[in-house]
Design a protein around this ligand. Structure first.
Ligand code: ATP
Length: 278
């Protein structure tokens, strides 16, 4: 299936950027001198388990500070407690799993998220209802969180990222665990979010990237192996060719079919035998 992408996002000013960041967990180097800029639109972080995607998202969410390197968010350096707290109010985050009280209704949970994000009391209800409408969960506002299907729960997860009208939304593996039909609906929802604010989503699924993302960064073992448009990733030579061209965009300007298989081929070219074994 061929998809069309929002090329307007390419080349715009970055909404977020990391520069020379290194993060270690004991002896494990999760990110090794990583520099990446995230423009408007939807950027995919593509990589296998353990590549460092969640760690990178935790830097962009300000949950974690790098040992070395810098993080810039919404035009400011993300350092200093007061500034970081202020920036955090303009960011929405969907972690891989999020906690909730099962007896909360969908509306109560979403209003609670607005409270956590310091949305003024007078606006919380309205923002929560609006966010639920965006994800088509407003009809289910009175249902208990504990009674929701996986797909519905994930939609509420997206709603809670939007209650503070963020400029940047971070989604950690948002399509994992969804069935194929749910995944299709969810991808179109993420594209919608990308029209309102910059979105960075991690995934290990080439299909997600093909259907959702304007740009993609491939992470492998804590290093960036590619950044560019999805079409540029697809245009990389096949795996049999010399890997020296990784990151080159020689095929820029040529017509490239963007689909899951083509993304997978570009990804495998970068990952070589390492990814082929996944
Ligand atoms: N709290 C932690 N303590 C120790 N090691 C960690 C911790 N969190 C992550 N790591 C390690 O850091 C590396 C990067 O992990 P990270 O979770 O960022 O990768 P990922 O690409 O998001 O993978 P996944 O999809 O499995 O979450 C991995 O080797 C992982 O085992």
């Amino acid at each position: 299936m061929t998809t069309h992408h929002n090329t307007a996002a390419a080349g715009s000013q970055p909404v977020a950027a990391v520069s020379g960041v290194t993060v270690r967990y004991g002896a494990t180097v999760a990110l090794d001198d990583v520099s990446l800029a995230f423009p408007a639109g939807v950027t995919g972080l593509l990589g296998p388990n353990g590549a460092g995607k969640s760690t990178l998202l935790s830097l962009l969410s300000t949950a974690r500070t790098p040992r070395s390197g810098t993080v810039a968010l919404l035009g400011e350096q993300a350092s200093g407690r007061a500034r970081t707290e202020r920036l955090r109010r303009r960011i929405g985050v969907l972690p891989q799993s999020f906690g909730f009280y099962p007896r909360f209704t969908v509306l109560e949970f979403t209003e609670y998220a607005a409270w956590l994000r310091k949305v003024p009391a007078a606006q919380r209800r309205e923002r929560a209802v609006e966010a639920l409408r965006l994800v088509q969960m407003d009809q289910h506002a009175d249902r208990r969180m504990g009674a929701l299907s996986g797909g519905m729960l994930r939609r509420v997860g997206i709603a809670q990222t939007m209650v503070n009208e963020p400029s940047l939304v971070l989604l950690d593996e948002p399509t994992v665990g969804l069935d194929p039909a749910q995944r299709v609906g969810f991808r179109s929802l993420i594209r919608q979010l990308g029209e309102r604010c910059a979105v960075v989503m991690s995934t290990h699924l080439a299909e997600d990237v093909a259907h959702v993302c304007d740009r993609v960064a491939v992470l492998l073992a804590g290093t960036v192996r590619f950044t560019g448009t999805v079409a540029e990733l697809c245009a990389l030579p096949s795996r049999d060719a010399s890997p020296d061209g990784a990151g080159d965009t020689e095929a820029e300007g040529t017509a490239v079919e963007v689909d899951g298989t083509a993304v997978e081929a570009g990804y495998l070219h970068l990952a070589g035998a390492e990814a082929a074994a996944i």
